[in-house]
Design a protein around this ligand. Structure first.
Ligand SMILES: [Zn+2]
Ligand SMILES: [Zn+2]
Length: 278
């Protein structure tokens, strides 16, 4: 009987290095599955981006009105200048391509890579300005004693919005991904069935393996590894253990969540049906 490519015919007890590799394989498989899940929600992501951009435009517009009425206020910190600067920074960020084409005579599509030095310097300056602005403005706001309420409020609102954008764009997705991965790994989360999911009832059809500390150990004498490669928990008689056709063993609950999004073995990527057929 020929084994499908990449499928181990028999499960050898795992050494620490192999364990690390198998964890990496599971993590990589999970990340791929999450990529597909996120791509399916791209419309929601687009909606969020549009809302954030609209909010930013409204705040910019309002802050420029504050600027025009308080431009000449005497103030111990140049907050009016900071309001004007954020406007310029956002405009430069939005029109990066046009500036690069018309002022720096470089078109990414027509001229292709590599980018000339002047374009890279311009890009680096634009990014640095965007990163530095909230920091500098925050310090000025903190030290401001005599600036008008209108100016301090405008700067505080823009800084607050910066925090919202960074949280929504960077922090929330990272945290959500970590939590979702953790829930899938532990079998607590059943994602909606994906096109690549295993057929219904697959996990129920897999044979159970009774836990036996002699068979599930790492020291080279056992038949199976001591821990489940999906949740990384040690096998015990508390959770049902099932064996895949490729001979790899996992907790049933871990595979149940996994099969909602994938039809392959989390460890060797052997297709659960192809292996069964073989
Ligand atoms: Zn498990
Ligand atoms: Zn396998």
């Amino acid at each position: 009987m020929a084994s499908p490519e990449g499928v181990q015919p028999r499960q050898e007890p795992m050494e620490p290095l192999e364990r690390a590799i198998s964890r990496a394989a599971v993590r990589e498989n999970l990340a791929q599955v999450m990529d597909v899940t996120l791509a399916r929600h791209s419309r929601m992501v687009m909606c969020m981006v549009v809302m954030l951009l609209t909010g930013m435009l409204l705040i910019l517009f309002w802050s420029q009105m504050v600027f025009s009425s308080h431009e000449f206020d005497s103030c111990d910190q140049p907050l009016a200048l900071m309001i004007r600067l954020i406007f310029i920074i956002v405009m430069v960020q939005t029109m990066q391509k046009a500036i690069s084409r018309h002022c720096l005579c470089y078109d990414a599509v027509e001229d292709g890579p590599p980018e000339p030095l002047r374009v890279r310097v311009f890009r680096a300056l634009a990014i640095s300005a965007a990163v530095l602005w909230p920091l500098v403005a925050g310090v000025m706001l903190f030290r401001s004693k005599t600036c008008s309420k209108a100016l301090t409020t405008a700067v505080a609102v823009i800084i607050g919005y910066y925090v919202v954008i960074v949280t929504v764009v960077l922090v929330l997705p990272a945290v959500a991904l970590a939590v979702i991965l953790c829930l899938i790994r532990r079998g607590h989360l059943r994602l909606p069935r994906m096109p690549g999911a295993a057929p219904e009832g697959t996990v129920e059809s897999l044979p159970e393996v009774a836990f036996d500390s002699q068979r599930f150990c790492e020291d080279g004498r056992g038949e199976f590894p001591a821990s489940c490669a999906v949740c990384l928990e040690s096998f015990t008689n508390q959770k049902v253990i099932v064996q895949m056709p490729c001979s790899h063993v996992f907790h049933r609950s871990c595979l149940s969540g996994w099969f909602q999004v994938a039809r392959t073995c989390p460890l060797c990527r052997g297709d659960v049906e192809q292996v069964s057929a073989a």
